[in-house]
Design a protein around this ligand. Structure first.
Ligand SMILES: [Zn+2]
Ligand SMILES: [Zn+2]
Length: 346
């Protein structure tokens, strides 16, 4: 077994602390990755604090991982030593169900194996990217185009694919009008990607504090939804709404801003149910939907798309010792727009 340095949560209530963990020996198709950068996703915080159910501790999180291949198993052919690679939210799946066979391993009927806090195929609990090394089956390892900035690329592995996938599935492009609700880690990438796809993008966010950024990322306009009646003037405006907010919103008011046959897709995950009046869907034949990351094939497509269009996340690079402080700032929505941990500081 290989030992790796990491930063782990000892319990749901204590701060994360430095810890040494073990990574499995390389299997035939595994690659050993020396992690260089790991993004901090809101899901990391929910998971270590037990918000989404009990987990075992200590737990290392982080599912926006980039680094270099330093060793490959004897049967691994997709990646070579020295390659710049990435790992996102999943590291395996059953590979036999109809979804896996169709290339939708993220919707594996057995549930995919998550990068952290998940039971791995060997029965161990997966440990995530706030670490110096990780061992992953090569089929779940992405190629990182060299033109993407090494330190800023990590958030594409979760936030990037989470927003790219519904934009692609609902055909955002020239002539389509897309609204992005909330402009945090997910939202700012939704804006950049939708703009690059050719859509006319409107940002709907609570205050005007991010208006300048929204326009700089290519949005055509920004509407502050905290103002009274802000949505009233937008009735029937959008073909597609990507909702990145993980708190309850008045869904009927947002659905009313869709054009007939438009879709509102949720990628933010509020813990409580969101009430929706069925009339908001029937009138205008609208769709209320959700989307979860994307397949490995689509994640590679997204990385290549971002390289082609020069899209990179906006990040704040931090040393490991500032992870706990960063968590509080994520909870306070005080980050533009994603923290990335420099794993050389572990
Ligand atoms: Zn995430
Ligand atoms: Zn499967």
């Amino acid at each position: 077994m290989l030992t790796a340095k990491a930063y782990a949560a000892p319990s749901p209530t204590e701060p994360l602390v430095p810890l040494t963990i073990e990574r499995r020996d390389l299997g035939p198709k595994d690659v050993l990755i020396a992690i260089r950068y790991a993004g901090i996703c809101h899901s990391d915080i929910h998971t270590v604090r037990g918000d989404w159910g009990p987990i075992s501790y200590p737990q290392v999180v982080g599912h926006e991982i980039v680094g270099e291949v330093v060793e490959v198993g004897p049967e691994a052919t997709r990646h070579a030593v020295g390659d710049r690679v990435g790992v996102g939210c999943m590291v395996d799946s059953c590979r036999e169900c109809e979804q896996c066979r169709a290339g939708n391993e993220h919707y594996c009927l057995e549930g995919n194996t998550q990068t952290y806090a998940s039971v791995d195929r060997d029965g161990s609990i997966t440990q995530g990217g706030y670490s110096t090394h990780v061992v992953v089956d090569e089929d779940f390892v992405l190629k990182i185009p060299e033109s993407l900035p090494y330190d800023a690329v990590a958030p594409l592995l979760c936030a990037g694919i989470t927003t790219y996938s519904p934009l692609a599935r609902w055909n955002a492009g020239a002539g389509s009008r897309v609204a992005v609700v909330g402009m945090g880690g997910l939202g700012h990438l939704a804006v950049k990607i939708a703009v690059a796809m050719g859509a006319e993008v409107t940002v709907l966010s609570r205050s005007t504090s991010k208006q300048e950024d929204a326009l700089a990322f290519g949005a055509a306009r920004h509407v502050a939804t905290g103002d009274d009646g802000a949505l009233d003037g937008l009735r029937g405006s959008f073909d597609l709404i990507i909702n990145t907010v993980s708190a309850p919103l008045d869904m009927d008011a947002y659905l009313a801003t869709l054009r007939p046959e438009g879709a509102l897709v949720n990628v933010g995950a509020p813990p409580q149910p969101l009430p929706v009046s069925v009339f908001s869907l029937i009138m205008g034949g609208r769709t209320f939907a959700g989307s979860n990351i994307g397949s490995i094939r689509e994640t590679q497509e997204m990385l290549d798309f971002c390289a082609e269009h020069g899209i990179a996340p906006e990040i704040e690079l931090i040393p490991a010792e500032r992870i706990n402080e960063a968590y509080q700032r994520v909870l306070d929505s005080d980050v533009r727009y994603r923290f990335v941990v420099d794993t050389a500081t572990l």
